[in-house]
Design a protein around this ligand. Sequence first.
Ligand code: NAD
Length: 492
Amino acid sequence: MSADTASIDASPRSISNYVAGRWTAPSGTGSLPVTNPTTGEPLGQVPLSTGADVDTAVAAATAAFPAWRRTPPVERARVFFRLKHLLEEHKESLARSLVIEHGKNLDECRGELQRGIENVEHACGIPTLMMGDVLEDVAPGIDCEAIRQPLGVFAVVSPYNFPVMIPLWFWPYAVAAGNTVVLKPSEQDPITHQRVVDLAEQAGLPPGVLNVVHGDREAVTALLEHPGIAGVSFVGSSQVARILYRKAGAAGKRVQALGGAKNHMIVLPDADYDLVADAVVSSIFGSAGQRCLAGSVVVGVADAYANIRERILDRSASLRVGNGLEDGVDMGPVISARHRDRVMGYIDSGVKDGASLVMDGRGARVPGYPDGNWVGPTIFEDVHPDMAIGKDEIFGPVMGMSKADTVEDAIELMHRSEYGNATSIFTTSGRAAREFRYHAGISMIGVNIGVAAPMAFFPFGGSRGSFFGDLKAQGRDSVEFFTDKRVVITRW
Ligand code: NAD
């Protein structure tokens, strides 16, 4: 199907696989509902692809690879220049569509689009990014060159919390580098990315270069086991990232698997407390806490704790929960009733484990939206790292507050978490910030920043239990991941 402006709107449409340039129904008969998390209204049924559907998609990607690889990088890049313009042209309607299927507010959805577009922009640089190296006379009369070549078909498996941006962390780089791709989007909110695929087609992406199979674990497992897949880019929970890393590694594939998070925000006594309160509250409650870079535990060092406590409580109490399409809404619902129950379960467990619940979001209601998956801002004090709310990823609007006597104690507390995705320090001391950067042992570090999000041209990914692999998403790592360096030694 070719897209025109009219098709890029926020209304529901059927959800289909996209194989060899055509929207097609998979062979399996299973499906799952996709639901508007704000209203509870059905948006469509996502089909569950089988191993046979994966075979068909991989066959299409394999068939498209030789001609696409032969397409000069500068021509491949032009497709992405056109896609960038189309995404910008349709940014507002795509953002609205995202609010409807994900629930976060319009500004957050615009931000997601913008970050996705920046990856498309970066992929436009592929003719330069893919260049190799040459050294004349490595031995008398012998020259040596290292060239980058694409590897074939890559699989991309993405989560629900950034259903447009995260696929764009990967497939534009893979495809610009000359590979072809089979994408398996999240089954919870797969609609808006379909419109991105329409735009990619409109930008001139040939059939078979990007393919989409919908589904759940069965489709992912088929991709991991498929001999035609050269590598897998995954983002999701650490539990699944671990399984996928092992399976794909055992099948001899390249893997980059980005997992979950429990991000600590450490506040020193010399911090700017108003800045801290703004940054902490928007980091922890933005997107209803459903971001891998969201802060989770605020650690006040010495006097800082007493100074930030009231400010954080005041700002959190003023947050407006509601329909993300309405002006002035700070926080939307969580993605599903099941996830809401999971988050509520964590709040119950925090109370049971003895943390002090100073703001309780369990009773949140939004007039006019009785079927939304609401959880209001929730804050615990006296959170210990051994409590479930102190160590597990909750992925909801729940803040834990802890005290530490020194920054070293705060780092030690942070290291008791298995995760290592992001952290932030708040201080006015350059020396303290530098020491923190040195000792934090976490991959994405914010200094006076609430969401330590690297831009498209820097690597994105965590460490410890938050990341499995070595080459990260975005940046130069993407070009490394999606190409093989081949060395040619020549004597004439
Ligand atoms: P998820 O792990 O449940 O699902 C992610 C993908 O894996 C989906 O496409 C899903 O269909 C598939 N999947 C689920 N179970 C599977 C299984 N057993 N075998 C194979 N595939 C399976 O994650 P989610 O709930 O969609 O997303 C939220 C998670 O993603 C959070 O943990 C969050 O921290 C993480 N996340 C991490 C980053 C990062 O950069 N590290 C970014 C965004 C989200």
